[in-house]
Design a binder for this molecule. Structure first.
Ligand SMILES: [Zn+2]
Length: 89
């Protein structure tokens, strides 16, 4: 009986050690992940709030990146060729 409890204890110790090892590994992985990810977010992060200029279509008012807009002769931005032909509202 004593011997069985001894082996159970050593088994528990074994499990405890491997769990700590796994926890350390997970912590290390999370740390590396955060370290790798943070600078990427700092440089390439502003995808949604990019410094790209947004213009609004003079016909329908939709916002679109300036480089995707179509300009009329006087520089008025439009979202598409159809709205450029239709002209401002
Ligand atoms: Zn439009």
């Amino acid at each position: 009986m004593l011997r069985i409890s001894m082996t159970m204890d050593s088994l528990r110790v074994c499990i405890g050690h491997s769990m700590i090892k796994w926890l350390l590994l997970i912590l290390l992985a999370v740390g590396v992940y955060l370290l790798v990810r943070r600078p990427a977010r700092g440089t390439a992060g502003p995808v949604s709030g990019s410094p790209e200029r947004m213009v609004s279509c003079a016909a329908c008012g939709i916002f679109l990146p300036e480089k995707e807009s179509i300009r009329s002769g006087d520089g008025t931005p439009y979202c598409c060729e159809a709205h450029r032909t239709a002209g401002p509202r």
